[in-house]
Design a protein around this ligand. Structure first.
Ligand SMILES: [Zn+2]
Length: 256
């Protein structure tokens, strides 16, 4: 897939979706507990391929009156087909050095893999970073790493390798039940489940708002069938509770 982007606005905010690439995943990884035939049927209904889940890695850039924010930093060289975020930004004329703030929804490899250049220096050299304190602590916990399935322990090492180099410029936000406003028009909410410290970002400008949900919901079928979840969800019970309590799935506007 070539570099590409899609632009839209939320009130006066200028938003650009940026691709980092895409990858095909087995149905059983994205719908770990769903009947395969039902999944295939739903995929066809939505116009998707029904033999694999074609997964685009898409991130969001927001320009708020010259303040430039990036939501997640892409997968980097995690897969041969990823690592296109910087070239997608270049197509749009977005300079990595102009990014003021990076908000990380969570620290899975496809959301922090683009943090560093090949020489180990930060890809966004002037940015500050926001991640939830819970998320940071989870991936830095040796006991959680020991408790994880052996096949997923490298997730912990990957997160540490990509987060630690920017630790001094990272703000760990402690999220309770309510929105934390980072600055006017940009708030973050706790949305645990996919990962323990997953957060979502609400943009509000004038009468319009947008919820950037990271991996809280991956595909529309996960909205239609909230009990279906990918194998990557760490705390399925928390995900269900969170989704119901916080209005993520009924999509009401979170702010009054
Ligand atoms: Zn994830």
């Amino acid at each position: 897939m070539a570099e590409s982007f899609y632009r839209f606005s939320v009130g006066t905010f200028d938003c650009t979706c940026l691709t980092d690439g895409e990858k095909d995943f087995p149905l059983a990884e994205i719908f770990s507990n769903a009947p395969a035939e039902e999944v295939r049927l739903r995929l066809r209904e939505w116009g998707f391929r029904d033999d694999v889940v074609v997964t685009p890695f898409t991130y969001l850039h927001v320009d708020i009156g010259g303040r430039k924010i990036l939501m997640d930093v892409g997968a980097g060289r995690l897969f041969p087909s990823t690592g296109k975020l910087l070239s997608s930004m270049a197509v749009e004329g977005i300079e990595p050095a102009a990014i003021d703030l990076v908000i990380l929804t969570h620290a899975h490899p496809d959301h922090v893999g683009g943090m560093l250049l090949d020489d180990g220096s930060p890809a966004f050299p002037k940015a500050s970073y926001v991640i939830s304190k819970r998320e940071w602590e989870y991936w830095h916990s040796d006991s959680e790493r020991d408790r994880a399935r052996a096949a997923q322990r490298w997730f912990f090492d990957f997160a540490r390798d990509h987060l630690d180099p920017v630790r001094e410029r990272t703000h760990l936000v402690e999220l309770g039940q309510n929105e934390m406003v980072l600055f006017r028009g940009v708030g973050v909410w706790s949305a645990p489940g996919h990962t323990p410290g997953h957060l979502v970002v609400e943009l509000s400008s004038g009468e319009e708002s947008l919820l950037y949900i990271g991996d809280a919901v991956i595909l529309p079928m996960h909205l239609e069938e909230p009990s279906w979840h990918p194998v990557y969800d760490i705390d399925v019970a928390a995900r269900r509770t969170c989704a119901c309590r916080r209005g993520l799935l009924c999509r009401r506007r979170l702010s009054p």
